[in-house]
Design a protein around this ligand. Structure first.
Ligand code: HEM
Length: 172
């Protein structure tokens, strides 16, 4: 069976939402840095916005939009504060929800030969999703649900069987 890589079908959206989340985090860092409104904050943001300004065609309108005008003023501070405190948290919260929902629905992709048998007898190449794993008393997703001394939370599937995961080790 061909390995289902993390960024490929059916997990493209999970991957993309993760990349956007990374971008949003950088957005938090950039907009937050202006908020102390001291010399370092002012001039660092000046550098960042001026870099955006150099992009051909879209650069200057983008820089003006971000600054709220042709130069960096109190209006820029207001914008950055709103972006940092309202827009980015809302987008980040929504995307984290989507990201986790997708991981929950699709499960985590598993290595070659690792297959899961569902109750319906179907075999999937993935580590069980959270509800399945939580229902499994030997689950590695639920802290404390494994016997003391086991590697426990988020440990990789064990050769020779692990809960309802068929490692396929006996067929290798
Ligand atoms: C990944 C998430 C975040 C990153 C990377 C980030 C980054 C930053 C950075 C670099 C600063 C400048 C700190 C300084 O130089 O003193 C800052 C300031 C600030 N951040 Fe964030 N931030 C994040 C999330 C948030 C959230 C969720 C909130 C609130 C909803 C928030 C509220 C603030 C406030 C009020 C300041 C101003 C603090 C001050 O001027 O003393 N930040 N942030």
């Amino acid at each position: 069976m061909q390995r289902k890589l993390e960024y490929k079908y059916p997990r493209e959206l999970t991957w993309l939402s993760g990349v956007v989340l990374l971008g949003l985090t950088l957005g938090f860092a950039f907009t937050g840095y202006l908020l102390p409104w001291d010399m370092k904050a002012y001039w660092a943001t000046q550098v960042g916005v001026n870099i955006a300004d150099t992009i051909p065609i879209v650069g200057t309108p983008l820089a003006d939009l971000v600054r709220g005008g042709p130069i960096l003023t109190g209006a820029t501070l207001g914008r950055f504060f709103a972006i940092h405190m309202l827009l980015l948290p809302a987008l980040t919260g929504g995307l984290i929800g989507l990201h986790l929902l997708l991981v929950n629905i699709q499960g985590v992709s598993a290595a070659d030969g690792l297959v899961v048998e569902t109750n319906m007898g179907e075999t999937l190449q993935q580590i069980p999703n959270v509800p399945e794993a939580a229902a499994d008393s030997n689950s590695r997703f639920v802290p404390g649900s494994r016997p003391v001394g086991n590697t426990g939370f988020n440990a990789p599937a064990q050769p020779g069987g692990n809960g309802n995961v068929d490692t396929g080790a006996d067929r290798l």
